[in-house]
Design a protein around this ligand. Structure first.
Ligand code: SAM
Length: 205
């Protein structure tokens, strides 16, 4: 097991869903951006670094049927599966590191909230983008939410790389066009605030 997955497995083994700073009862901006991408209910959507997020529950409720959640922590995905019960069988669950994963199919929507920003080494970011380019269909959408430039410098005890839409555009390269960007002040379960940015890109080439 890598140091990275050991860290995250320990977090999910020792903390409840609402004891982590990134918990959201309702992932409303993610949902709005996925809907704005115009994906129909048969579109292939992947939540990268999805952890135990409730996004997959909300997407199932909305009627989306081709859902994948990828995370390097087995414990995180197990928590999401337990919460979903029988509906978990409608989702593809992938335990993998986003920087080394080999996608087996094309996705219409790639969503990542608060995983990419842990990649502080430019080589890891380049490896992530290489996987993303293998996975995202032409005209597909990429939604990446990270701490904003005025957001925290750490999360879960780990340093993060903060971003805005311009730095994300530079990471993704010229084949991806910025379609929309939004700011969010996230309230942690203990009511601290964290500045996030959400950016949506469309693949043009
Ligand atoms: C701050 S949590 C956010 C979880 C979820 N996206 C949410 O919004 O609730 C970061 C998640 O990214 C996962 N993660 C971190 N680095 C990763 C990587 N290189 N590949 C896949 N998952 C990763 C962690 O296991 C964790 O579940």
């Amino acid at each position: 097991m890598s140091e990275r997955s050991a860290h995250w497995d320990k977090v999910y083994a020792t903390k409840g869903e609402a004891e982590v700073s990134w918990f959201q009862d309702s992932p409303s901006i993610s949902l709005e951006m996925i809907r704005a991408a115009g994906a129909d209910h048969g579109a292939a959507i992947i939540d990268v670094g999805g952890g135990a997020s409730r996004l997959v529950d909300a997407l199932l409720r909305d009627g989306y049927r081709e859902l994948t959640v990828l995370d390097l922590s087995t414990n995180a995905l197990d928590a999401a599966k337990r919460r979903l019960g029988a509906a978990a069988s409608m989702v593809d669950w992938i335990v993998a590191d986003a920087t080394t994963w080999r996608p087996a199919k094309a996705y219409d929507v790639w969503h990542d909230r608060a995983a990419f920003h842990f990649l502080t080494d430019p080589r890891d970011r380049a490896a992530y983008v290489e996987r993303l380019r293998l996975a995202v269909a032409l005209h597909g959408h990429v939604i990446i939410a990270t701490f904003a430039p005025d957001g925290p410098e750490k999360c879960s005890g780990l340093p993060v790389q903060r971003h805005d839409s311009a730095s994300l555009a530079a990471e993704l390269g010229p084949g991806f066009e910025l379609v929309e960007t939004r700011s969010e002040t996230h309230h942690t379960p203990w009511n601290a605030t964290q500045a996030f940015q959400f950016s949506r890109f469309q693949r043009r080439s």
